[in-house]
Design a protein around this ligand. Structure first.
Ligand code: 9D3
Length: 252
């Protein structure tokens, strides 16, 4: 996969893309990430990328010409999604990451200031994404979030293959507690079940812990999580009174 990122702060991307999973995926040739400075595509001698808004109101708006020039010259003859990171975009979810991971090529435009000229949205951008309902200073951190979420889904990026079971189980629920050595730390012991060697009972306990934690912290997820009839019974016993989705996943 190739990912082109357009920003006026290319230096922000250096360390995050030179560590951990993204670094390894790049080294393995799974992803070719290129960061482009929009300023380099500005035509005037001051390399202006923003200007005051028509109609007044203060603040600055990113000019259309440098963004069009940057995207069009890097894109060449290819067709690919051109994604604008903006607070007005559709909410980024795991399902969006999974869809983007199927693309051969992605382009991400990072907005700054009050936003970008509307003609960029209308005539260049194919998709607009927000990463959540909080105010950031620009689209750079959201672009990094998207790259991280997408790259780790590329085959071979994690260094181990995610099992289909793990994928289907992990989706839609929070994870339960994890423990490692020592078995007792400051008097706090690891749950005995995890050291019992009963793999089926351990799996059941973990699933129950996952359901309990989801019920306590994110009960909204339970309405759409794929749950077996047994898991629905457990949740009712735990006090969940909300809805379940229609389709069931019967095989455990
Ligand atoms: C001062 C202007 N703001 C009024 C509340 C609107 C605004 C414009 C631009 C707020 C933030 C930004 C910069 N943020 C992004 O470009 C952005 C973003 C975000 O702020 N939150 C979540 N996802 C994203 S994606 C891009």
């Amino acid at each position: 996969m190739r990912i082109d990122i357009f920003t006026i702060f290319p230096e922000m991307f250096v360390s995050p893309f030179d560590a951990s999973i993204i670094k390894r995926a790049r080294a393995r040739g799974l992803v070719d990430i290129r960061v482009h400075n929009i300023r380099d595509y500005a035509a005037d001698k001051h390399q202006t990328t923003d200007d005051t808004p028509y109609g007044g109101g203060g603040g600055m708006v990113m000019k259309p010409e440098p963004i069009f020039r940057a995207v069009e010259s890097v894109r060449g003859e290819d067709e690919c999604p051109v994604i604008l990171l903006t607070p007005q975009g559709r909410l980024f979810k795991q399902a969006v990451a999974e869809a983007l991971a199927q693309e051969e090529r992605l382009m991400l435009i990072c907005g700054r200031y009050e936003g970008v000229d509307e003609r960029v949205r209308q005539y260049l951008v194919t998709d607009e994404i927000s990463i959540g309902d909080y105010v950031l200073s620009g689209g750079e951190l959201p672009a990094m979030v998207i790259v991280d979420a997408v790259v780790r889904l590329l085959p071979g990026a994690l260094g181990y293959e995610r099992s289909a079971a793990e994928d289907s189980h992990a989706t839609g629920l929070l994870e339960g507690p994890h423990y490692t050595r020592p078995v007792e730390f400051r008097g706090w012991r690891v749950p005995e079940i995890l050291r019992s060697g009963h793999h089926a009972r351990v799996a059941e306990w973990r699933r129950q812990q996952s359901l309990l934690r989801t019920l306590e912290r994110r009960p909204d997820l339970l309405a759409t999580a794929p749950l077996t009839p047994q898991e629905r019974i457990w949740l009712r016993e735990m006090g969940y009174e909300g809805p379940f989705e229609q389709a069931t996943t019967n095989d455990e």
